[in-house]
Design a protein around this ligand. Sequence first.
Ligand code: THU
Length: 130
Amino acid sequence: MTLLDTARGVRERAYVPYSRFKVGAAIRTASGTIYAGCNVENVAYPEGTCAEAGAIAAMVAGGDLEIVEVAVIADSPSPVSPCGGCRQKLAEFGKADVKVTLATTDGATLETTIGALLPGVFSNDHMSRT
Ligand code: THU
């Protein structure tokens, strides 16, 4: 089973009564463990969480901190684009060259990297004077 298969599977569990837009994300870590997450919406809309955030939370709870590969899938006309906040969240735990596969449920894929998704990332270096 590929990382994308894991993302496809967990996407079915997305809780999306408001947008009806199901997203699944899967993360492979340096330890080899795979973590999955789906979006979980809330009637107080801003309280909803993205699939990537769910996978990252599962990863940290599972004791892993180093992302080595990511896959995200949705039923979108082109490979789903992670939101800005999720790009920053991925950059917290993965190096710039980490492969990210973005996919549609129709089978289209786009391969990119954490670094390409967030040029000019805010990093710890920016706080080096504090
Ligand atoms: N969403 C994700 O879970 N990940 C993405 O990469 C893009 C957007 C979710 C948030 C919300 O539940 C729904 O998709 C519509 O924005």
